[in-house]
Ligand binder design. Structure first.
Ligand code: BG6
Length: 491
């Protein structure tokens, strides 16, 4: 394993310190960075929130969260004890006109890298940034980290971008799409640009179509208030799925410099063919889960999950067909689907190659399957390239489809760090490669917005699907109309 070099020491202020994201994701990620020696012992993490807690109260909450969320193998009592001493707390109500920033300010070292992590609702991004500026806390070594959603449409995203830009430069601004921090998502760049074989095949001459599936078994998980306003198109497609599409479709960047990588992703987003209103009913499907069963256990409907007597037209499933208007991708559709309460948690990308133009083998020698590369992002991370091979033995020529298989866990035998570990340390390093630039966010909304508008004018939707199924049957029809099928060898 490569030697771990710690990042420069830093002060990290987490706004929204008592919230779900901080306790569930950020603190466990920081704990792992600390344990692995990436985070220096004298770094400081200062929780900031409205609750009037002491530093000890906050440490106690953090300790309980680690106990619950870190696997026993990784939980070392001595490391936990040392990690908790790194934590501090500053109560502050950022919305109050007379908010007192002095407590927070007194905790910060003027000579250190400073990370302001905004794990709050986006309507606080403006007030927090203005408060930081007024208190003189934005030093040249400061960075601000924003969680998604960046807005709920283009105009609101631009308003947030403007509010933050009034205080922080683009180079200081880190917009998180946590999918970009997943090891297997980072590996997409290695797959494409560190291997000569694939890049030469990555064209419409050879590739028939691409499928991107991000399926979840979970439902609302107590986030109904947020989710019901967002829906899965905003929550997952506008960011995570479009980012995956970019990484698959982009041209090789001239270097790994953050802006050069983001320039190429931006070109893909700008090349997405805008969907005309009349096409949206046939090129998109939205669904909402009804009651059903997952793993043999009954699961209530979305409306029941929302609460008694709820009514909602929010989608929990989306399937759509996208096209990229470039020479490389002409006539290669990208089919995207994602949803809650599907049968399995699985995220994967399928590169379906074209079939042979003609065959010299007798028709009865095989059930032909054109080559396919399946990139499994989670769980059971790995890659499988399926190919036709001769069945060994006598009795005539028979062919069948087998696979070249890489399972990362077996190959590397190491824990896969959580996306937030990498992303948090990258903010300290000032490396924005795995973060979204403002123009990417805007281009993604520009493509998504007509879909949202067309859907808003169709009150007869979404279509119901039983929890534990792969979404409404219209999703199957969407791809089968083109003579293709969803890859479902996920068993
Ligand atoms: C988040 C969404 O961005 O990603 C959630 O808001 C979703 O709704 C989650 O469940 C999925 O992330 P992961 O890392 O569990 O695949």
């Amino acid at each position: 394993m490569a030697k771990i070099t710690p990042v420069a020491t830093f002060d990290c202020v987490v706004f929204g310190a008592t919230g779900d994201l901080t306790l569930r994701k950020l603190l466990p990620a920081l704990y792992h960075c600390f344990r692995d020696g990436q985070m220096p012992d004298d770094a400081r993490v200062i929780g900031a929130a409205r609750s009037n807690l002491t530093a000890d109260d906050f440490r106690q909450r953090a300790g309980a969260a680690l106990e619950k969320l870190v696997t026993p193998d990784d939980l070392d009592a001595d490391v936990v004890r040392r990690f908790l001493t790194v934590l501090d707390y500053a109560p502050i109500d950022v919305t109050a006109p007379d908010a007192d920033w002095t407590v927070l300010s007194s905790r910060l070292d003027p000579n250190r890298v400073r990370v302001f992590y905004l794990a709050t609702s986006p309507d606080l991004y403006g007030p927090v940034c203005r408060g930081l500026a007024a208190a003189g806390l934005n030093t040249p070594q400061s960075r601000v980290v924003l969680e998604k959603p960046i807005g709920h449409d283009l105009a609101s995203a631009q308003a947030i971008i403007r509010d933050v830009a009034a205080v922080f430069t683009e180079a200081q601004t880190f917009r998180i799409d946590h999918f970009l921090g997943k090891e297997t998502v980072q590996n997409l760049m290695a797959l494409r640009f560190a291997n000569t074989i694939f890049e030469r095949l990555w064209t419409s001459d050879v590739i028939d179509h691409v499928q991107i599936t991000v399926a979840e078994t979970v439902g609302l998980e107590g986030r109904g208030g947020y989710f019901d306003k967002a829906g899965v198109l905003r929550d997952m497609v506008q960011n995570h799925l479009l980012q995956l599409l970019c990484l698959i479709a982009m041209e090789p960047p001239v270097s790994l410099d953050a802006d050069r990588v983001r320039d190429e992703k931006l070109k893909v987003l700008r090349a997405l063919r805008p969907l005309a209103p009349h096409e949206i009913p046939s090129l998109t499907v939205r669904g909402q889960y009804a009651h059903g069963a997952i793993d043999g256990k009954p699961v209530p409907s979305y409306l029941k999950d929302l609460g008694p007597d709820s009514s909602s037209a929010t989608e929990t499933f989306v399937a759509l067909k996208a096209e990229i208007r470039t020479w490389r991708w002409a006539n290669v559709p990208f089919y995207l689907r994602t949803g809650k309460r599907l049968p399995r948690k699985v995220s994967e990308i399928v590169i379906q190659f074209r079939g042979q133009p003609f065959s010299i083998f007798p028709a009865e020698s095989a059930e032909w399957e054109p080559n396919r590369l399946v990139i499994r992002l989670q769980p059971e991370e790995g890659m499988r390239l399926s190919m036709m091979t001769k069945d060994p033995g006598p009795g005539g020529l028979r062919l069948s489809s087998t696979g070249l298989d890489i399972r990362f866990e077996q190959t590397f035998g190491t824990r896969f760090p959580d996306a937030y570990e990498r992303l948090l340390m990258d903010t300290v390093r000032g490396d924005a490669t795995l973060f979204m630039r403002h123009d990417e966010v805007e281009a993604a909304w520009t493509w998504i917005e007509p879909i949202l508008n067309a859907w808003a004018s169709r009150p007869d939707q979404p279509r119901l699907y039983p929890a534990g199924s792969w979404g409404p049957t219209a999703s199957i029809a969407l791809i089968e109309r083109d003579g293709r099928t969803w890859y479902e060898d996920v068993g």
